[in-house]
Design a protein around this ligand. Structure first.
Ligand SMILES: [Zn+2]
Ligand SMILES: [Zn+2]
Length: 339
């Protein structure tokens, strides 16, 4: 029996009568993580991993939220449900479903390289694995994050010595905190946009160590030339950004691997940093589940399904409305993505 099927409202578990990351309002929603395409408004009841509670409330307000610690389980209509770290953003989880001896795992979004801002990914054995495939093409191979952080700090240092601010555009939930965790605060002050700071607070409340930050609006004339500014991409060219004067700017995303995406962004630098698994890590993760059946929910569905079938697995795509936290910022052209 299929423990998860695609319905117009979202991925549905028939025996459990609940949905996973549904895109239309439903009675019972199990949420893998708080990115907007996975955690939406309007469900009557939410179930999520405990470390993500603060973020979910910061983004969705006063929702009817029940949480489980990672690894803790509950039974609903005979389906045993548990959440396991996905290593993507704070509170992100793979959802394990067990019914009459059969095990399915829905990954949401995931990343294998551990970082200091969320619990590291844990492989979970299952019969059927539901995977994302955001960067499911052989061209996507990430360098170790410490090298990327060293590049960002060196760039910041060079700008600070030249007396100009360094602005890094990044997604305010997940990416901003990960970059923050890798910055060297001895170089200068770290300034944040108002969209980023509430998320930083939610991370700090969960015990994630992040360097001190100051609201960009409170920065002094003396601080600005040595500062590094974290802001969402939408602030580019805004009045808010004008206070930093003549500054260097950069964009941090997995899509920065594509030359065209860098060019379209028109920033001085592109830092290739993603909170999603690259091509080798997608394969490592899928292999580690031991699953013989795989569903691909979003990203490079066709390429991944074909590749998995060549490996002898029973693979197919799931039609979903998951976008991507990074695609929203720098969508690659189709030609580039399939090159
Ligand atoms: Zn995500
Ligand atoms: Zn996603």
């Amino acid at each position: 029996m299929d423990l998860v099927i695609a319905r117009p409202e979202g991925l549905y578990c028939p025996p459990g009568n609940f949905y996973i990351d549904p895109w239309r309002p439903v009675d019972r929603a199990l949420i893998t993580h708080a990115h907007g395409d996975h955690a939406r408004y309007g469900h009557a009841h939410y179930l999520a991993a405990a470390p993500g509670a603060g973020i979910l409330r910061a983004r969705l307000g006063d929702i009817n939220l029940q949480t489980l610690a990672y690894g803790e389980s509950l039974e609903h209509h005979g389906v045993r449900v548990s959440f396991h770290p996905a290593g993507h953003v704070l509170g992100s989880a793979q959802i394990r479903l067990e019914y009459r001896g059969e095990v399915w795992v829905a990954s949401g979004d995931y990343k294998l390289e551990p970082d200091g801002t969320c619990a590291p990914f844990e492989p979970v054995r299952c019969d059927t694995f539901i995977t994302e495939s955001t960067f499911g093409l052989p061209i996507y191979r990430w360098r170790p994050q410490r090298e990327i952080f060293a590049d960002i700090n060196a760039w910041w240092m060079t700008n600070a010595e030249a007396g100009r601010a360094s602005v890094v555009y990044c997604y305010s939930f997940g990416k901003a905190q990960r970059i923050l965790s890798g910055l060297d605060p001895s170089i200068g002050p770290i300034l944040t946009h108002g969209a980023v700071e509430p998320l930083n607070e939610a991370y700090r409340e969960m015990g994630v160590a992040l360097p001190a930050t100051t609201a960009g609006t409170n920065a002094t004339r003396e601080e600005i030339p040595r500062s590094l500014v974290l802001a969402p991409p939408s602030t580019r060219g805004s009045t808010w950004m004008r206070r930093f004067g003549d500054h260097a700017d950069a964009f941090a995303s997995g899509w920065m691997q594509l030359r065209g995406a860098r060019r379209r962004r028109g920033v001085d630098r592109g830092f290739i940093l993603s909170d999603h698994a690259d091509w080798p890590d997608l394969q490592t993760a899928i292999d580690a589940t031991g699953a013989s059946r795989v569903f691909v929910t979003h990203g490079q569905i066709g390429v991944m399904v074909r590749w998995l079938r060549e490996q002898g697995l029973d693979a197919q795509g799931f039609q979903t409305e998951y976008g991507d936290d990074e695609i929203d910022q720098v969508a690659p052209s189709t030609a580039e993505a399939t090159a």
